[in-house]
Design a protein around this ligand. Sequence first.
Ligand SMILES: [Zn+2]
Length: 168
Amino acid sequence: MKFYTQILPIILVTFCIFGYVNYTTQNIKPSVVKSTQKIKEYKMKKSDKEWKEILNDEEYRVLINKGTERPGTGEYNIHMKEGVYNCKGCDNPLFTSDQKFESDCGWPSFDNAINGSVEYKDDYSLGRVRVEILCTNCGGHLGHVFNDGPTESGKRYCVNSVSIDFKN
Ligand SMILES: [Zn+2]
């Protein structure tokens, strides 16, 4: 009788506790893993070695390491030919010459981007908030966008020349 009145309840309670712990850990684990693995997958993925094979040192520094070319030195800073500016990393069309305007900031400037070609990320480096612009296809760093554009859009996409490739 002792088995049914004292030992069995203990066994049942132990099973319930184990079952509950197992159930809760199984339910918590996936969500924890998900939040830490929130890395965006780009359509064009390349290893560091592969990037270095197609980009020169300056292009790699800017596109992959989010660097900035020296103002006033870029190939497309003063460049108003008709055509399209593609991503240097993956050839994704990013800006058209219609979107380009003459700016004295030292970098090629556009008042808009081709729909869906650019993504935006808050950038807290340099001790202030800026909005970084990246290629949606490969994640290459292009520059930053500011709200001080002189045209109707009010935007100034400040882009590194080495991040883009002009096609006419
Ligand atoms: Zn790209």
